[in-house]
Ligand binder design. Structure first.
Ligand SMILES: Cc1cc2nc3c(=O)[nH]c(=O)nc-3n(C[C@H](O)[C@H](O)[C@H](O)COP(=O)(O)O)c2cc1C
Length: 187
């Protein structure tokens, strides 16, 4: 029987969601995968981590913060995740990684987040955000304006922006490598 893999995430604007959906798609031939949006599922209905041989947890970042549901998931399952560290992989989607400031993003959003929540340093990485300026965007009106001004002011040296389109700066080779390393760990 194939191994069961749980993929859970907290997203505000959809980048973490489409990243983890792609991971699930890559893995579904080999594994039995379950994908859960932690913000849309009541905490008491979250799957039991003990039933899985591998767990991937993802969160988006806003104002230096994880989604509270993804943090709550880590805290709720702290004991199991700590004891089964090798089964776990964690990522964040953030603008800092879009700017290729990976060391800064890792320290602020992974290393310090694990320390603060009394968790071990899991296999983890930071991936670029996705910035959707189309009519279908999940950015509200003010967020769209704010994001545009941050992009112009602080993020335009490294990146080329189009403020009518989806700006997807993800590096899919980096994301694939993260998944391959996770698969090796749970074998
Ligand atoms: C209002 C707002 C605040 C943000 N704050 C940060 C931040 O503090 N640090 C960062 O690296 N990225 C920041 N970002 C970029 C997001 O991390 C990026 O859009 C990411 O794709 C969000 O993940 P999500 O789409 O899964 O919610 C911010 C974006 C917005 C719209």
């Amino acid at each position: 029987m194939s191994k069961k893999i749980l993929l859970v995430y907290g997203t505000r604007y959809g980048a973490t969601e489409s990243t983890i959906q792609k991971m699930a798609e890559w893995m579904k031939e080999e594994y039995e995968t379950e994908l859960v949006d932690l913000r849309k599922t009541k905490a008491k209905e979250w799957p039991k981590v003990e039933e899985f041989e591998g767990i991937i947890i993802g969160s988006g970042i806003r104002m230096d913060r994880w989604t509270k549901e993804a943090t709550a998931f880590l805290k709720k399952n702290r004991e199991f995740l700590t004891k089964n560290k090798e089964k776990v992989a964690v990522f964040v989607s953030c603008g800092t990684a879009s700017q290729k400031k990976f060391e800064e993003a890792r320290r602020k959003y992974l290393v310090e987040h694990f320390e603060k929540n009394d968790l071990p340093q899991f296999h983890s990485d930071t991936f670029s955000g996705v910035f959707d300026f189309t009519k279908e965007t999940r950015f509200g009106f003010l967020t769209k304006k704010l994001m545009k001004s941050i992009a112009e002011k602080d993020m335009s040296e490294e990146l080329e922006w189009n403020f009518d389109e989806i700006n997807d700066f993800r590096d899919w080779d980096q994301i694939k490598k993260f998944v391959e390393e996770f698969k090796e760990k749970i074998e």
